[in-house]
Design a protein around this ligand. Structure first.
Ligand SMILES: *Cc1c(COP(=O)(O)O)cnc(C)c1O
Length: 383
């Protein structure tokens, strides 16, 4: 049955992004593909096998539920790392399946140790350090005790990594804070090393940090948004282009979001379009109804603001975005027919709609819009 819209994933765009990132990172650094938030809306089940084919061998997720989905989708062919939530009841599953995970407090560390002992196995852990983000992680005063526990229980606690996360590497306004975090991270890693704990994988960088602060790359980077072809922020893109004397965006968007015109009609001058009175037709106009609304992830904040592509034209959304429909002004292309292709994100002829052009309201909009793309929109792969 036909869905309201579809998402197409371009294997070629992904290959190109991975190859760009690979060149930037060098061969030694592990590129962990961050696929939390249903692979930033791309769909874990479709995206991770595609990433495997592009040479990715390591995935990072937020929780155990996502880890299980990645494990199934990749048939155990990749390393999986949980960066966030893992319930005590799921520790056994993670350890048995060789999934590594962040440990950020003593409860998690003790529960991990107890589970690993019971299973007579070693848990693969990443010691998360609190370096100034103030979300999760061990602080300076915890380090000795962490090191002691690990050293005393070496056969059950395999401290594979030591990591942290930056408080907004995508904006230069956080420059000092990020610099301080980099320094603090170095100090803490040294304290652990002096205490005898020297994890193999030091990792701190997300996309923005890896691009903007090369020294944050270390042994592994956790790349989310960039692999999908989006920049963490406009600033990161401009910074990259300036420092590399480039003029072209090296990333290609993997996702295309498409729908089709459901029906068209004309509206007389002086009429309001849609709910309420937010859009007044100031002249006779042609409109198209598109079966995509906020329940599909097309935010209501795009009411009277969003753009779509139809027949190679950029077309404005008029009136309020509804739950399942939006209205577009096709007065400039009155021959539009039901069934005509509508691009919500992506390219049509020589035009393109970027996620960020949807609105400049929030720097995080790329992330938010993508991850709000519902899981039940069908995802397909194109070459
Ligand atoms: C989401 C996340 C990343 C990836 O961030 P991007 O900006 O998408 O590259 C890296 N590390 C952690 C801990 C994260 O939660």
């Amino acid at each position: 049955m036909k869905s309201n819209s579809t998402l197409e994933l371009s294997a070629a765009a992904l290959r190109s992004n991975i190859s760009f990132l690979r060149t930037m990172l060098g061969e030694e650094c592990i590129l962990s593909s961050v696929v939390k938030g249903n692979a930033y809306g791309h769909g874990i089940e479709v995206y991770t096998p595609l990433a495997l084919k592009s040479g990715i061998k390591h995935f990072s997720v937020f929780n155990a539920v996502e880890a299980e989905r990645v494990l199934r989708a990749t048939e155990g062919q990749a390393e999986i790392m949980i960066m966030g939530l893992i319930d005590n009841a799921d520790l056994e599953w993670a350890i048995v399946n060789n999934i590594s995970f962040f440990v950020f407090d003593f409860e998690r560390l003790q529960a991990t140790l107890a589970t690993a002992k019971r299973l007579k196995r070693a848990a693969r852990i990443h010691i998360e350090l609190e370096t100034g983000f103030n979300r999760t992680g061990f602080g300076r005063n915890d380090l000795q005790a962490v090191a002691d526990l690990i050293l005393q229980n070496g056969e059950h606690l395999n401290a594979e990594g030591v990591c942290t996360h930056y408080a907004g590497a995508e904006s230069v306004s956080n420059y000092l804070r990020v610099r301080n975090q980099i320094r603090t991270y170095g100090e803490y890693v040294q304290i652990l090393a002096d205490a005898g704990v020297k994890p193999r994988l030091r990792h701190t960088a997300c996309s923005a940090a890896a691009i903007t602060y090369p020294e944050t790359r270390m042994d592994l980077v956790r790349i989310g948004i960039a692999q999908y072809g989006f920049w963490p922020s406009r600033e990161t893109l401009i910074g990259y282009l300036t420092s590399n004397k480039n003029t072209e965006d090296p990333l290609r968007r993997v996702i295309t979001w498409k729908s089709n015109v459901m029906t068209t009609k004309t509206v007389r001058a002086g009429e309001f379009v849609g709910y309420g009175t937010t859009f007044l037709a100031e002249r006779d106009m042609s409109i198209a109804i598109i079966p995509v609304g906020y329940s599909e992830g097309f935010s209501r904040s795009l009411s009277n603001q969003g753009r779509v592509l139809i027949k190679g034209h950029r077309i404005g959304v008029i009136g309020k975005v509804n739950m399942n429909m939006l209205v577009a002004d096709i007065s400039s292309i009155p021959d539009t027919q039901p069934g005509d292709e509508v691009i919500l994100i992506g390219n049509q002829q020589d035009l393109s709609i970027s996620v960020s052009s949807f609105s400049e309201l929030s720097e995080q909009l790329n992330y938010e819009l993508l991850t709000r793309l519902p899981q039940d929109i069908p995802r397909t792969v194109i070459g």
